[in-house]
Unconditional design. Structure first.
Length: 79
């Protein structure tokens, strides 16, 4: 797919076709990082931070906390 760099105010802009945005699962106002790697322009989606509610919703209740063995004392640890 081809596009053209165009003037937008005092900057230059590229319009991203809807099909490209859908393939990349990007939406309006999503944050992206723009960088150049070996002369190639790369646009990378910024990972979205999950809210506490989203994290809790994913919890399946399968975690069981337990003690772990850190080995024998090696110095003058206080007990």
């Amino acid at each position: 797919m081809y596009t053209t760099i165009q003037k937008w105010g005092n900057s230059q802009a590229i319009r991203l076709p809807k099909a490209i945005l859908e393939m990349a699962e990007l939406h309006e106002n999503d944050k992206v990082e723009i960088k150049v790697q070996d002369g190639t322009l790369v646009i990378v989606p910024v990972k979205k931070h999950k809210t506490l509610e989203e994290r809790i919703a994913e919890y399946k209740g399968d975690y069981m906390c337990s003690e772990w063995d850190t080995g024998k004392p090696a110095g003058k640890e206080v007990f």
